[in-house]
Design a protein around this ligand. Structure first.
Ligand code: ZN
Length: 100
C-alpha cells in the first residue's frame, strides 16, 4: 500500500517553513523517543503544577511546571527535549470556555 510515503519529505518541508531548525527537530525526535521508551515519569499533576522525571542519556533529570514557567535541571537552556517530551503528554494551557 502507500506505506512508504513521505514522512521525511513532510518534515523537510516543515524545516523550510520554520526557517530550518535542525536542532529543534532533533530535540522533538528525542522527546518522542523518551515517550516511546517510557523514560518520562510524571509524578504529580495538579492544576498548573507538574513535576516529572526524565531519564536522559546519563542522568535522571527533574522537570516540571511551577505554575508560571517550565523548568528542567538538565544543562540545556530553554525548552529541552525533556520538556518537549513532557509537553507531549501534559496539556496545561487549556482553552478557557465560558460555557453557560
Ligand atoms: Zn531537560
Amino acid at each position: 500500500m502507500g506505506e512508504r510515503c513521505s514522512a521525511e519529505d513532510r518534515d523537510q518541508a516543515r524545516h523550510a517553513e520554520t526557517g530550518g531548525g535542525v536542532m529543534r527537530e532533533s530535540a522533538a525526535l528525542k522527546a518522542r523517543r523518551y515517550i516511546v521508551e517510557a523514560r518520562l515519569t510524571i509524578n504529580h499533576v495538579d492544576g498548573r503544577n507538574v513535576s516529572a522525571h526524565c531519564r536522559g542519556d546519563a542522568a535522571i533529570y527533574t522537570l516540571g511546571h511551577d505554575g508560571q514557567s517550565w523548568h528542567c535541571d538538565c544543562p540545556a537552556r530553554g525548552r529541552c527535549s525533556h520538556l518537549l517530551a513532557l509537553g507531549l503528554v501534559v496539556v496545561l494551557e487549556q482553552p478557557t470556555r465560558s460555557s453557560t
